[in-house]
Structures are given as structure tokens and as C-alpha cells.
Design a binder for this molecule. Structure first.
Ligand SMILES: Cc1cc2nc3c(=O)[nH]c(=O)nc-3n(C[C@H](O)[C@H](O)[C@H](O)COP(=O)(O)OP(=O)(O)OC[C@H]3O[C@@H](n4cnc5c(N)ncnc54)[C@H](O)[C@@H]3O)c2cc1C
Length: 311
């Protein structure tokens, strides 16, 4: 019987497991092996692991966790969750049920309280544009901190996704002065267009109908209004959704962001349901998404879950 079951064993989940394992807590991590940045050749910005393939970082983390005898890593999908604090049940896809519940000894002296950490991440929903999904992670990327340095000073494109894209334009100027905005059917208000003009940032109207890739970062954006525009890298922020719906069946509170919903957590990473913590992209209100933040929030969730179990 576990102290904590962690659902999602990537950057956030494994960071939580590390803290719990070091605190000698019994933990099971369930994971289906599909981290959000698996499309990227390299991960950037994580101290000590900069410019490493993301799957290598995770493999190394799993290897290091093998030191901790109370941490069990299981390749399985969590299908459903039920129960309440100190008595959670998680059913996995192979039908195995892992029960986590408080054991009250006959005389009530020892309590084994139990917790859940949800760290199952989000899925980016690819628009129905030929070439978009194929280029995701190489020539189409979401975050300048992740991929900007390698293409600094070059010609960037930004697919407009709403008012929040205006902040991206301001942000991108730290990396390049050569930026083209693709309105992609959005109605960009006149005041924002005026600001973009002041920043020497051209706006290309029309809908994107295809994105062609040429190896490496560069791409050609094809528009229904023509002509085609070549860029050295294209930034885009497709909508995303949680990778599982377990939070829905639990009735957990969520927060709307411009690109999707996230779970609401307090400063201890606890969700609206006592005993359930959340970490990583699933509960990160900050943009852009980040392995560093996911790991840090995962570690916090592990620590606060552990501290909530102190007798
Ligand atoms: C193209 C791209 C490039 C990026 N590059 C960088 C970068 O260079 N640097 C950086 O800091 N960040 C980068 N990011 C952001 C980074 O990928 C995320 O911030 C990070 O992966 C979030 O970690 P996480 O643990 O919250 O979720 P994820 O890494 O998405 O992991 C969630 C895990 O949960 C598992 N899972 C899902 N459902 C279930 C279930 N029901 N049961 C069990 N397991 C389940 C999944 O298989 C997955 O392993 C990039 C993102 C993208 C899209």
C-alpha cells in the first residue's frame, strides 16, 4: 500500500517521486511515456541538462530513482480515480487497482495517510493544417526560451492566436528584429496593428493552408491569399487540453487560460480536493511551459504531500 500515487511520470511526476523517495515514502508512479516535448530533438534551459534530448533526461532521472527502494515506476495508464483523502483508489489500464487508504490500527495509534499527485500533463491540439503536426517541435515551436537562442537574429514567424500574441511580439524582440506575424484569420485590432507597424513587424493576412518543411528549423508558410512566406522558424500556440480526464470525474476546480484549462492549485500545490496535489503543465498558469517549472512544482507537490502526512 502506497503513501502516494503519482499519475504521470515525466518531469513533474518524477521530481515529486524523488522528494518522496528521499523522505522514504512509499510511492507508485504511473506513466504512459508520452512527455509533451517528445517531438523536440533537444531540451533547453534546465540547469545541468541544457541541450540534451528530453527523453535522455527522463531516462537518467528514472535511473537515479532506482536508488530509492520505496519508489516504484510502473508503465501503465491511470484510467479512473475515486475515493477521498486517506482513501484513494486508482484503476490502471491493465485492470490492476492500487488502493491507497488509511490503516487505522486497532488502538488508533498509527495512521498511514495517503495522497495523489496528478502530473499527467497536457496535449497540444494540432490544427488541421497540412504540415503543422509534421513540423511541431522542429520548425514549429511554442517557446522562445526553449528554442530561440539557436535562431536568434533570424527571420521568425508568429501564428497569431489572440490578444496574448501581442505579448509574444514584445518578448521576441529580445531574440530578433526580424519577425512576421501571420494573422491566420484573426481580426487583429487597429491599435495592435499600429503597434506592430511601429515595431517594424509586418502582418500577413489570410489563412495558413499549408506549412512546408525543408529540414532543420526553416519552413515555408503557404496562405490562401498568397504569396508564400519563408521563415527560419515559426512560433505557434495551439490550444491544449489535459492528457486525461481524471480531474473531471473528481470534480476538481479548473482555471481558464488563453490556450486551455489547467487545474486550480493553492500555494502548496493542493487542488480543490484535499489530499490531491497537481504539478507540471497540468497546473501551470505561467507561459511558456517549462521543464524547470514542471520539475520545481513537482518537487513542491511531493514535499507538501509528504508534509501533509506527518503525524
Ligand atoms: C515542442 C516543445 C518543445 C519544448 N521544449 C522545451 C525546452 O526546450 N525546455 C523546456 O523547459 N520546456 C520545453 N517544453 C515544455 C515541456 O515539454 C513541458 O513543460 C514539460 O514536458 C511538462 O512536464 P510535465 O511533467 O508537466 O508533463 P509531460 O512532460 O507532458 O508528462 C506527462 C506524462 O504523463 C503521462 N500520462 C498522461 N496521461 C496519463 C495517465 N492517465 N496515466 C499515466 N500517465 C499518464 C504522459 O505519458 C507523460 O509521460 C517544450 C514543449 C513543446 C511542446
Amino acid at each position: 500500500m502506497d503513501d502516494v500515487i503519482i499519475i504521470g511520470g515525466s518531469f513533474a511526476g518524477l521530481a515529486g517521486a524523488l522528494q518522496l523517495g528521499r523522505a522514504r515514502r512509499k510511492v507508485t508512479v504511473l506513466d504512459t511515456g508520452l512527455p509533451r516535448n517528445r517531438f523536440a530533438g533537444h531540451s533547453h534551459g534546465l540547469l545541468g541538462h541544457d541541450h540534451k534530448p528530453p527523453l535522455d533526461i527522463l531516462a537518467e532521472a528514472r535511473q537515479q530513482l532506482a536508488r530509492y527502494p520505496t519508489v516504484k515506476l510502473v508503465n501503465a495508464r491511470a484510467e479512473s480515480v475515486s475515493g477521498a483523502i486517506d482513501d484513494f483508489s486508482v484503476v490502471t489500464d491493465d485492470g490492476e487497482t492500487l488502493r491507497a487508504r488509511r490503516l487505522i490500527l486497532s488502538y488508533g495509534e498509527t495512521l498511514r495517510a495517503r495522497r495523489l499527485i496528478l502530473s499527467y500533463g497536457v496535449i497540444d491540439q494540432m490544427p488541421d493544417v497540412p504540415g503543422f503536426a509534421e513540423g511541431w517541435g522542429t520548425s514549429i515551436v511554442p517557446c522562445p526560451y526553449c528554442d530561440g537562442f539557436e535562431v536568434a537574429g533570424q527571420h521568425w514567424g508568429l501564428v497569431w492566436s489572440g490578444r496574448q500574441s501581442h505579448n509574444q511580439v514584445r518578448l521576441f524582440h529580445d531574440w530578433t528584429d526580424r519577425l512576421t506575424v501571420f494573422a491566420d484569420g484573426h481580426d487583429i485590432p487597429p491599435d495592435i496593428r499600429a503597434d506592430l507597424a511601429r515595431r517594424n513587424t509586418p502582418v500577413v493576412d489570410g489563412r495558413i493552408i499549408e506549412i512546408a518543411h525543408h529540414g532543420g528549423h526553416n519552413a515555408t508558410v503557404k496562405l490562401d491569399t498568397g504569396p508564400n512566406v519563408a521563415v527560419d522558424i515559426l512560433f505557434a500556440h495551439p490550444r491544449n487540453k489535459p492528457s486525461a480526464s481524471l480531474h473531471q470525474s473528481l470534480g476538481l476546480a479548473t482555471v481558464d487560460t488563453p490556450v486551455g484549462i489547467i487545474l486550480k492549485v493553492d500555494e502548496r500545490r493542493e487542488t480543490s480536493m484535499p489530499g490531491i496535489y497537481a504539478a507540471g503543465d497540468l497546473a501551470n498558469p505561467l507561459t511558456p511551459p517549462s521543464v524547470t517549472l514542471a520539475s520545481s512544482h513537482g518537487a513542491m507537490a511531493g514535499i507538501f504531500a509528504q508534509q501533509s502526512m506527518l503525524v
